[in-house]
Design a protein around this ligand. Structure first.
Ligand code: XMP
Length: 326
């Protein structure tokens, strides 16, 4: 039997009772596989790795160590949420690695998008590897591989040059959700008691805000991306669009334009809003955001985000544009 093929007998998980059954069976299997061994997991806070963490906490508790790498390119509030949910509420072993300076220093003056991706991916593996080596007697590496990863990218979780996790550490893989589709992961996440903001989180690229701060990343412009993204997400949530629009975010390009504030000319960045709908990310259409909402978001960004004097709405579908700007 192909160990990477979803069993034909496996019914699609669509309800809470089905998710509970899956959790029960998976926890039993994990206990059997892991025994009294130690497991590590790179926990980004995305729904896939969060579900794997919650399953493993149920199965083996403190035998699991979660490693959360803050590379400085996460959205506002994300690292704090990972610590609050997994360390404070679920009482997990969580190693929080503040690698912000390490990543941002490596990215200084790097403007080529693929080069940026490679640096972020390679540095991530390096940091994770260093943390893994500090722990003694780890036998298993858990991963949030889901079925589309297997079908679309031959089992490699992160794509677009971000790479996989280290193979040379000799860990045995533990992939408890590898036969689940995204919708099933969300049902299971909900049944595990994870917060909605984690369960229904929109897709977020591995290189994070790094590909939304176009060209060479600077700390001040990255902050403008993070703050404008937080405002956009907050206003979308208030308007009931969270979980309804497939992906929405802001981009701050590396060029400026003139503006005027309180009679003084400015030379600041624009913020570009992107909100798209898609089934498979291969093509995408534009969400028709009500004008009144666009106005609220624009006013807030102009009032609250430093270094910004214009807000634009990107109306380009995929194709011709891609979803991300880089
Ligand atoms: P594009 O820009 O190619 O994006 O139309 C399609 C989907 O892929 C996501 N994306 C990435 N995800 N690493 C990721 O993990 C990346 O480097 C990357 N680049 C794009 C993008 O957010 C969208 O959902």
């Amino acid at each position: 039997m192909d160990s990477n093929k979803r069993p034909e007998s496996m019914a699609r998980i669509t309800s809470q009772p089905m998710a509970e059954r899956f959790i029960e069976d998976t926890v039993a299997e994990l206990k059997k596989q892991i025994g009294d061994g130690k497991v590590i997991l790179a926990l980004s806070g995305g729904v896939d790795s969060s579900v794997v963490a919650a399953l493993l906490i149920k199965a083996v508790g403190k035998q699991l160590t979660c490693i959360h790498v803050n590379h400085g390119l996460l959205r506002k509030g994300e690292p704090e949420q990972v610590v609050a949910v997994f360390r404070d509420q679920m009482n997990a072993n969580l190693v929080y690695v503040d690698a912000v300076d390490r990543f941002l220093d490596k990215l200084v003056d790097v403007s080529d998008p693929e080069q940026k991706r490679k640096i972020i991916g390679a540095e991530f593996i390096r940091v994770f590897e260093e943390e893994a080596r500090k722990l003694e007697g780890v036998k298993f590496l858990a991963q949030g591989t889901i079925y589309p990863d297997i079908i679309e990218s031959k089992g490699v979780k992160a794509h677009h040059n971000v790479g996989g996790l280290p193979e040379d550490l000799g860990f045995e893989l533990c992939e408890p959700v590898k036969f689940l589709y995204k919708d099933e992961i969300r049902v299971v996440g909900k049944a595990l008691g994870l917060p909605d903001s984690m369960v229904y989180r929109q897709p977020f690229p591995g290189p994070g805000l790094g590909v939304r701060c176009t060209g060479a990343i600077t700390r001040d412009r990255l902050e403008a991306v993070r703050e404008s993204d937080a405002i956009l997400r907050e206003e979308f949530a208030k308007a009931g669009l969270e979980g309804k629009v497939w992906q929405y975010f802001t981009v701050v390009p590396d060029y400026r334009s003139t503006g005027v504030r309180e009679g003084i000319r400015s030379w600041d960045w624009p913020v570009i809003i992107r909100a798209v709908n898609t089934k498979d990310a291969m093509t995408a259409t534009i969400e028709e955001i009500p004008y009144s909402l666009l106005k609220v978001i624009t006013d807030r960004i102009l009032a609250e985000v430093k270094g910004v004097n214009r807000v634009l709405y990107d109306l380009s579908p995929k194709p011709c544009a891609t979803i991300e700007w880089e």
